[in-house]
Every structure is written in structure tokens, then in C-alpha cells.
Design a protein around this ligand. Structure first.
Ligand code: ADP
Ligand code: MG
Length: 705
């Protein structure tokens, strides 16, 4: 339960003064977080920060006022000139104002004359502020931003924050709404350690928010400004605390001590068509040590596409099975689950491991059979999608959970899976193909132990990457024709047309039709609108070599493994993010053949897009690409937070706030070691913080005992 004093902050903006249905709609569009059912709340307004300021400190006389510039003037109202004319073609309402040096017309289109007469009575002096323009030789100020009586102290903001807006919403209206939200700020106790706060000379939480919305100059908008830094720290602290709570909970249950003599593993390794890389062996050593110890394993296996994570997972599962338990392996999609089933059951055969599949597609009798066998202990390794973790799925003795998340599962989902699947204290191995920069590793996994596969299996040849403008599509297709003659297999990825799957599919279908007209039956098509069965069928035909060209939308992005495929063509590569391009390219270069990647782009290229494509040409190193991605995108939106499941921050920006992140991690660790269940006043304050930044899952988890 959210503490009652925070309720006003989490009420919808509709509760704020001056916000009616129209403005509410605009605010929903502007600031509502997606996962909140698209309803903007007061707190969302508070997190909506200004991007620049307008400085009205200049107070020239009319004759000194500069054309095209913003000015604040002290003027006398001389004359009202109502707009005449017929309805529909109404002339604007003009008001002549003057000072000792000259005159100026205020121009209002569509304004209520009575309102204007009250606002600017003839003969009175007013402060007006707005942009000066010239029209027909006259000085004008169309729709002044502000009009204030001179004696009303502080009525006119000299420095005004400027916010990102949406069509139909003015800065002034938004500011009023934000002012309303600021008034909802309750009195809150301080949760930051007093000494730390004093050392950095940070304002209180409430003062910091007020400060951010009332900047005194450009410097106040920088990430390093005290108010901004304080709130960034708060947000990062909430993030680190939540992760630390999750970790603490997972670690608290004594793990099993899973040790084995290694017979099963030897049987598998002996039959592999390759030798394990040094990196794979190192990772296995670390995993073995974790599993053998009696505290629970919580390990992230990070390895670029093609680095051979699957085998590592299988060998870890073999140990779990030999130690008398079962293992579960969860893939992000059904397609991948099926592919893993094929790979893993093949490799596992020499060890006689019993491997089964459970996805949403297994139903009725088939599903019941699997569940019974699982309960009876007749299945050693169960591979599947998140269907693995439904309540009805019961293992006889689950020892190890492997999550091949490839970045599709967020922290919260992971958390849920943990609770369902592993009440038994199963060991946990999470695998990710996204080379997450160190900075972000901390924000999305907290202090998880990490093994890195930083070495590719031997014999991989470099992938030659070329960028080609779309105008030269014909040459590319001719190249495809030549490659097909020598037996090559080709991925052809179609553009992300819009945020719409339907449009993507249409584009892929069109390309498919064209290629098919030229190359016939050897061309296949796979996209997200196909059923699981249909996708599998196409993929199987491509894997078997029956199809030579696989046209697809980005559904092949994760994990698909067809070692014979050696050419990757990506249309409209400029629309993809770096991480995505890297994942796609990683589909080739897995076999013996020379591989290439052709990035087709549409001219003209924007600067960032050009840089992205250059990075792709320059390097294949996922970690370098990830760091470049971070640099090119700048903070907040790293790696496409939405798809990736990485937490999105509202105030903190990385890497700018890296130091604060580390301080927050240390503080979270220290706090929980002293006060693991956040008891007492100190605990109460930190819970408030978790609620403020909507990390309340962690609080619930703690309550659950
Ligand atoms: P990812 O890390 O992307 O999941 P995979 O596990 O799919 O990578 O492995 C990619 C390919 O490399 C597979 O075909 C796999 O059989 C092969 N592979 C894995 N380990 C080695 C190795 N040590 N030597 C050679 N090939 C390997
Ligand atoms: Mg994989």
C-alpha cells in the first residue's frame, strides 16, 4: 500500500486546478508513462523537466526593442482597435501601447474583447512580454506571453523555463499545470544520509523539484546542477535498493549444493564436434563453484551473439541433473524454444538426458503428459517459454533455472519467475546476448555475479560489412544471384516501416514477391503475423537448405542459428538501432564460409544514422558497439529501453550520473546490510523513496517475508 501522504502526487492530473478534459488529454499524451494506462499523474508532471529557459531580464524601451527578439516592456495602454470584418474573415483585435520613445501594437487573433479590456484597460501601465515583430512598417507583438500590472510584485517571471510540448499545449498552460502539481508535494522526511547531503550541499527532495522547475539560468538545467543531481541520486538509490532487495531475497534461501563428478558432462563434451573455448571453460568454472556452494547462484552469463552460450547452459544443466535435480531453460520466444530444443537434445543425447518442450502451444493431453512426467521426475531438462512458470507447472525437484533472456524480460518479470519457479531455492543463470555497458549492467542487474564469454569460437571469419544506398538495390540483387549459384544462404531483413507490425509485414511481403519473381521457390518469408507453427515450418526449410533466401521482419533478430547462412542484407539499415543491427549481423559468420553483411540505406543520411552505420563497418565487437550506442543515443533511451527491459530513468542520465550510481549502489548495500527489512524510521523513509520512484514491487517482496 502506497503511503497515504503520497496519494495526491499519484492522483491523475485531472485533480489539479485548471486541468479540464482537454488539457488532461494533452498532458496524457505528453507525460503519461506507458505502463500507467496512459493516465498522467501529478508526479509525471514533476518529472517533466524544462529543456531551456527564456530570459526576460532585458527591459528595453520601445525604440530599443529588437526585431525578432523577446522583450519585456513597460507600456501605457493607448487604444483598443477591435477587429472588424465579417465572421470567418475577422481581422485581429489590436491594442496600441506606447512609452516615451515610441508605440507598438499588441495583436490578438481570436480573443474575447471583454477579456482584453479587463487585461489591458486604456490609460493603465502594464508589463508586457513577448516576441517583437514588424508588420507593414509597424512594430507588433502578437499574443504577448505575459501581461502584468506593474505594481504586482513578481507577477512576471523574468526567467521562464521552457518545456518539451505537444501540439495544442502552450508552455504557459503546461507551467500552470506543473505549478499545480508542485503544490501537491507533501512534506517528506529526508532519506539521504545527513553527512552525505551536507558534503554535496544538496537541497531537500521537495526543494530540488521546485528548483528544477524554477531555474535561475542555463546552468541549472545541467545534469551536474545540485537539484538535478540530488533527484538523480534519489532515483538511482531507489533503483539500487530495489535490486538489492530482490538479490537479498533470492540469496536468502539457502541454495542447494549441486555438485557432480562430471560423468554426464564428460559424455556430452566428448561428443561435441568442437572443443570448448577458454571463455566457455572459465564461465563453467565459475558456474560450478556457485552451484557447489550452499548459497544460491545468481549469475549473469554475458556473451555476444554466437559466443556459444547454449552449450555452457547445457553443461551447467547436466551438472544439475547429475546432482539429482531437474533443470528449466526459458527462451524469450517460441521459435527460439524450439530451436534450443533441437540443439540441446542433440548435444544431450550421449548423456541420455531426457529433454522436453513446453510452450503455449502444447495443450490438452500432450501438455498433461509433460506435466505428469515432470512431476514424476521423468524429465531432466524442460525447455520452453514463460509458459514454464505457470502455477500448474510443478517440478519434482528443480535445481537450476536458466533464462536465455536476450534482453526481453524486465527485472520485474524475472522477479515473478523467480517466485513461481524457484521456491525451492533453485540456482539461477541468466544469459544475455546484449553486450550491456558496465554502467547499465548495474542499473538492470544490480550486483549480480557476471561471467563473460569474451572469446568467440575459433574459426570464425570476420564478417565483411558494406553500406550501400538503396538506389543500388539492383546491383545487390545481382550479387545475390551470383551468391546463390555458389550455394550461399541469405537473410534479407525488411525495414521497420513504422511502429506498426502490419506495415512491416506489408513491406516484407512486397520484397518477398519481388525476390520470388526472380528466384522462385527458393525464397521464403517469415514475419510476426504468422502462427508459431507456420514460422517453424519456414525456419525448418531454411535450416535444411531447402530455402536459400529468407525474407523476414525483425523476428529473426534473436538467437536463430543457421550456420550455413553467410549473407545478411538489411534494408533501411538507417532505421535500426546499433544494438539491433549488431544482433542481426550476428546471425551470419557462424559457419566455414566467408560472410558478409550489406546495410542498405536511404539517402540522405542523418548524422547519427551515418555514424551508426560507420560503427557497424568499423567493428564487430559487441562491447564497443554497445558503448558507441550509449554515446550516440545519450542517456535515457539506451539500447531501446522499451524493448530491452532495461529500466528507464526519468531524472538520472547515464553515463553522466555514473558516480552517483556507484554511490547509490554502495548506500543501498550498506543500508540493507544494517537494516535488511527496512524497519524503523530509517526504513520508513526509504520505503517512501521506493514508492516515489515506483519501485514498490521491491517493498511487496520484502513484505512477502
Ligand atoms: P549464442 O551465444 O549466440 O547463444 P550459440 O550458443 O547459439 O551462441 O552458439 C553459436 C554457434 O557456435 C552454435 O552453432 C554452436 O554450436 C557453436 N559453438 C558453440 N561453442 C563452440 C565452440 N567452442 N567451438 C565451435 N563452435 C561452437
Ligand atoms: Mg543463444
Amino acid at each position: 500500500m502506497r503511503p497515504p501522504r503520497l496519494a495526491p502526487l499519484f492522483a491523475t492530473v485531472r485533480a489539479l486546478k485548471g486541468v479540464g478534459p482537454r488539457i488532461e488529454g494533452l498532458l496524457n499524451k505528453l507525460v503519461a508513462p506507458r505502463q500507467q494506462g496512459a493516465h498522467a499523474r501529478a508526479i509525471d508532471l514533476l518529472w517533466h523537466l524544462p529543456v531551456s529557459i527564456v530570459d526576460r531580464a532585458r527591459m528595453p524601451s520601445i525604440s530599443q526593442a529588437l526585431m525578432g527578439e523577446l522583450a519585456t516592456l513597460e507600456v501605457r495602454v493607448a487604444e483598443h482597435r477591435p477587429g472588424g470584418g465579417r465572421r470567418g474573415a475577422r481581422a485581429p483585435y489590436r491594442i496600441l501601447v506606447e512609452d516615451d520613445t515610441g508605440a507598438l501594437e499588441l495583436v490578438y487573433f481570436k480573443a474575447d474583447p471583454n477579456y482584453l479590456k479587463r487585461l489591458l484597460p486604456i490609460g493603465e501601465t502594464r508589463l508586457i512580454s513577448g516576441k517583437i515583430e514588424a508588420y507593414d512598417g509597424w512594430l507588433q507583438m502578437p499574443h504577448p506571453d505575459h501581461v502584468a500590472a506593474v505594481d504586482k510584485d513578481g507577477a512576471l517571471p523574468l526567467i521562464e523555463p521552457v518545456y518539451p510540448l505537444t501540439a495544442g499545449l502552450s508552455n504557459t498552460t503546461l507551467r500552470k499545470a506543473i505549478d499545480g502539481a508542485l503544490r501537491q508535494l507533501p512534506k517528506l522526511p529526508e532519506w539521504i544520509d545527513a553527512a552525505y547531503l551536507a558534503k554535496l550541499a544538496w537541497p531537500s527532495f521537495a526543494d530540488a523539484i521546485r528548483g528544477l522547475h524554477a531555474p535561475d539560468g542555463e546552468a541549472d538545467l545541467l545534469p551536474s546542477a545540485a537539484a538535478r543531481a540530488r533527484l538523480a541520486y534519489d532515483e538511482l538509490l531507489a533503483n539500487q535498493l530495489a535490486l538489492a532487495i530482490i538479490r537479498q531475497r533470492l540469496k536468502k534461501r539457502a541454495g542447494k549444493s549441486l555438485a557432480a563428478s562430471g560423468d554426464l558432462r564428460r559424455a556430452i563434451v566428448g561428443a561435441l564436434p568442437f572443443a570448448l573455448t577458454g571463455a566457455q571453460q572459465r564461465a563453467l568454472g565459475e558456474i560450478d563453484a556457485d552451484m557447489a556452494s550452499d548459497s544460491r547462484m545468481l549469475r549473469l552469463l554475458q556473451g555476444d551473439v554466437g559466443s556459444g552460450k547454449t552449450v555452457v547452459a547445457l553443461l551447467a544443466m547436466a551438472t544439475a541433473v547429475e546432482a539429482g535435480t531437474q533443470a528449466a531453460f526459458m527462451a524469450p520466444t517460441e521459435l527460439l524454444a524450439r530451436q534450443h530444443l533441437a540443439t540441446i537434445s542433440g548435444f544431450a543425447e550421449p548423456a541420455n538426458l531426457r529433454v522436453a518442450l513446453l510452450t503455449g502451444r502444447e495443450r490438452g493431453k500432450e501438455r498433461d503428459g509433460i506435466l505428469d512426467a515432470l512431476k514424476a521426475g521423468d524429465i531432466d531438462i524442460l525447455i520452453g517459454t514463460h509458459a514454464l512458470f505457470q502455477e500448474t507447472v510443478a517440478f519434482r525437484n528443480l535445481g537450476l533455472v536458466v533464462i536465455d533472456e536476450q534482453h526481453r524480460f524486465g527485472v520485474h518479470q524475472r522477479l515473478a519467475l523467480q517466485r513461481k519457479g524457484t521456491g525451492t531455492g533453485a540456482e539461477l543463470l541468466v544469459m544475455t546476448a546484449t553486450p550491456i555497458p558496465r554502467t547499465l549492467l548495474l542499473t538492470s542487474y544490480g550486483d549480480m555475479d557476471v561471467s563473460r564469454l569474451d572469446e568467440k569460437p575459433p574459426g570464425r571469419k570476420p564478417i565483411v560489412t558494406r553500406t550501400v544506398p538503396l538506389e543500388r538495390l539492383d546491383e545487390v540483387t545481382d550479387g545475390v544471384a551470383r551468391a546463390l549459384e555458389s550455394g550461399a544462404q541469405i537473410y534479407w531483413v525488411c525495414p521497420l516501416v513504422a511502429e506498426s507490425e502490419v506495415l512491416d509485414v506489408a513491406a516484407a511481403e512486397e520484397r518477398f514477391a519481388e525476390l520470388r519473381a526472380r528466384f522462385g521457390d527458393r525464397v521464403g518469408l517469415v514475419h510476426g503475423k504468422l502462427t508459431g507453427k507456420e514460422k517453424d515450418a519456414v525456419m525448418a526449410r531454411f535450416a535444411s537448405g531447402e530455402l536459400s533466401i529468407l525474407v523476414s521482419t525483425t523476428v529473426i533478430e534473436v538467437g536463430v542459428d543457421v550456420p550455413n547462412a553467410s549473407i545478411m542484407i538489411i534494408e533501411h539499415a538507417e532505421r535500426f538501432g546499433l544494438a539491433q543491427l549488431h544482433q542481426l549481423r550476428g546471425r551470419v559468420g557462424r559457419g566455414a564460409a566467408e560472410s558478409s553483411c550489406i546495410l542498405l540505406y536511404k539517402q540522405p543520411l542523418g548524422e547519427t544514422a551515418r555514424e551508426r552505420l560507420n560503427v557497424m563497418r568499423r567493428t564487430e565487437d559487441g562491447f564497443v558497439i554497445a558503448e558507441e550506442d550509449l554515446r550516440l543515443r545519450g542517456g535515457g533511451e539506451v539500447l531501446g529501453t522499451r524493448q530491452s527491459g532495461l529500466p528507464a530513468f526519468r531524472i538520472a542520465i547515464l553515463p553522466e550520473h555514473q558516480e552517483l550510481l556507484e554511490a547509490a549502489r554502495d548506500a543501498a548495500r550498506l543500508t540493507l546490510s544494517r537494516n535488511p527489512t527496512l524497519e524503523g524510521d530509517d526504513g520508513e523513509r526509504l520505503r517512501l523513496l521506493l514508492y516515489l520512484f515506483e519501485r514498490d514491487d521491491a517493498v511487496k517482496l520484502m513484505r512477502a517475508g
